[in-house]
Design a protein around this ligand. Structure first.
Ligand SMILES: Nc1ncnc2c1ncn2[C@@H]1O[C@H](COP(=O)(O)OP(=O)(O)O)[C@@H](O)[C@H]1O
Ligand SMILES: [Mg+2]
Length: 320
């Protein structure tokens, strides 16, 4: 997209012009208010950030307006979307009620995809937030103006790899949580912690309507029997909460962040690109949005097609 369009989009998003009339690119503003999706798992290295960046990019590619909020002081979503973390650019002060979160939104080089970046100092916010009144709702309060203006169809929040205050704040602010998990043993344990926590947030009244959006199996290696076993096991417990799309282990997915790009802009034909495109389609379909079934079929039929839960279950339990 041309630079001027990018800048105009960002200005519209930041100033709120898009709410009053048509946004800079002429499409109507999204339906109000924005939905907030936390991508969380207390384990590190399970594919949270990779999923945030690439699901966001693939949804944006389908014409949805997406905001990524990087709530992890490691700033991986920020750098993975081509932005260098910089002091004073994160939600730190806004979380404590100082300053406007809207003004912190930055455009990325990718159409319909904006970023609210993180910075290393955000780690310090954990301490400050803990002392704030209503500490679980600092993020919800900071995000409210963005959510209420409905500038984005979806706000994807990348959480740190812990159940600290930032993750709890994300879960308290979210409409739903997407839990990525690696196809390995012990992953199930982590998953049950997340599902109990979701229930606890609902029951305690901290977030009475929090839903589990879905469970995404990541880093699947078709050569290892273990992966299939874990997929079967997780599906047995969580049924159709598990996305049919499985993200394969794909080196392109791990290379793309060092170029500051989602994988579809780095290697469009990789199995990682196919999987996240398929996931974006499934994500929308599950939400009842119309999406292009033909494209989904092409993605499944093409070379390097990702495995799906259905295909693994269809193989049945291997003997011995
Ligand atoms: N499907 C995948 N195939 C190969 N590498 C992956 C895949 N998903 C993530 N990675 C890599 O694994 C590491 C951890 O992933 P990341 O998304 O950062 O996890 P988290 O945010 O949960 O800590 C990163 O180096 C990332 O590039
Ligand atoms: Mg991460």
């Amino acid at each position: 997209m041309a630079d001027e369009t990018l800048q105009a989009n960002a200005r519209a998003a930041i100033s709120g012009e898009a709410v009053a009339g048509a946004p800079a690119d002429g499409r109507p503003a999204t339906s109000l208010p924005s939905r907030v999706l936390a991508v969380a798992n207390q384990k590190g290295g399970v594919g949270k950030t990779t999923t945030v960046i690439n699901l966001a990019a693939c949804l944006a590619e389908l014409g949805r307006r997406i905001l990524v909020v990087d709530l992890d002081p490691q700033c991986n979503a920020t750098s993975g979307l081509g932005r260098a973390p910089a002091p004073g650019t994160s939600l730190y002060h806004a979380l404590l009620g100082h300053g406007e979160a809207l003004a912190l939104i930055q455009p990325t080089a990718f159409k319909d995809l904006d970023l609210l970046p993180s910075e290393l100092d955000l780690a310090g916010a954990e301490v400050d937030i803990a002392r704030a009144e209503g500490y679980l709702h600092c993020f919800r309060n900071a995000l409210r103006p963005i959510v209420e203006q409905g500038l984005y169809e979806l706000i994807l929040v990348d959480c740190p790899p812990s159940l600290g205050i930032l993750t709890m704040n994300a879960l308290a602010a979210a409409d739903s949580v997407l839990i990525p998990m690696q196809c390995e043993y012990y992953a199930l344990e982590g998953l049950s912690v997340m599902t109990r926590l979701t229930q606890r947030l609902r029951e305690s009244g901290a977030n009475p309507t929090l839903q589990i959006e879905g469970i995404l199996m990541t880093m699947y290696d078709g050569r290892l029997r273990l992966g299939g076993d874990v997929v079967r096991e997780v599906t047995r417990f969580f049924g159709d909460k598990v996305y049919d799309t499985i993200v394969p282990r794909n080196v392109r997915l791990s290379e793309a962040p060092s170029f500051g790009k989602p994988v579809v802009f780095y290697d469009n034909d990789s199995s990682g690109s196919r999987a996240y495109r398929l996931l974006a389609q499934e994500f929308l379909r599950r939400r009842g949005a119309a999406c292009d079934a033909a494209t989904a079929e092409e993605l499944v039929a093409g070379k390097g097609a990702p495995a799906t839960v259905a295909s693994i279950l269809a193989q049945g339990q291997p003997e011995g």
